[in-house]
Design a protein around this ligand. Structure first.
Ligand code: SF4
Ligand code: SF4
Length: 180
């Protein structure tokens, strides 16, 4: 074994996890700032899990979608009309509403063969799937070809707040609980 190969090289994800975990603990103990917690949790999630698999072109992520703008759901026609005026790429979305409240959108660009007929000009929310969905909802579309998987490193998580969040990801994605 060469000298270089014998040097212990920790996985950067491992270092990043413990750094973020420490800040998470400090926030939980002293500040209890929910906005900090949300940001830290998203980063920790990416240290513990990753998105594997591939797109199977089911088109499921283009049906029954909810659109958010500035972190708020676009659930009324006034907001949606203003959004369409400002960003013309949103005109492709067809709202479904009951008593004035939009519950979901379908997309006019989705073909019968479940293909996107305006793929090159698709909006950012389409580009960002599946990562955006994982960060926001902890899991992906049912039957999506992409799958949430665990990174092969399992730190013991003692903090109750973080245990609950990690358990939620494991349960939603039918992953084994390996965190102590
Ligand atoms: S623009 Fe294309 S990728 Fe985006 S929701 Fe519509 S069909 Fe899907
Ligand atoms: S739901 Fe998943 S598999 Fe289906 S089109 Fe979207 S990314 Fe691809």
């Amino acid at each position: 074994m060469s000298y270089k190969a014998s040097i212990y090289q920790p996985n950067p994800r491992w270092i990043s996890f413990y750094f973020l975990y420490t800040i998470f603990l400090l926030n939980d103990l002293f500040l209890r700032h929910i906005k900090y917690e949300k940001v830290l949790w998203k980063l920790i999630k990416l240290d513990l899990f990753f998105i594997g698999g591939k797109c199977l072109h089911s088109g499921n992520c283009c049906r029954g979608i909810m659109i958010s703008h500035k972190n708020k759901p676009v659930d009324n026609h006034t907001t949606f009309n203003a959004l369409k005026k400002k960003h013309s790429e949103f005109q492709r979305f067809i709202p479904h509403s009951e008593k004035g409240t939009i519950s979901y959108f379908n997309c006019a660009c989705l073909t019968k063969e479940s293909k996107c007929n305006d793929y090159d000009n698709r909006p950012a929310l389409c580009h960002q799937y599946p990562l955006s969905r994982f960060l926001h909802d902890h899991s992906l579309e049912r039957n999506c070809g992409y799958k949430i998987q665990q990174r092969p490193f399992y730190p013991k998580i003692k903090n109750e707040r973080l245990r609950i969040l990690v358990k939620q990801v494991c349960e939603l994605n039918q992953l084994k609980w390996n965190y102590g």
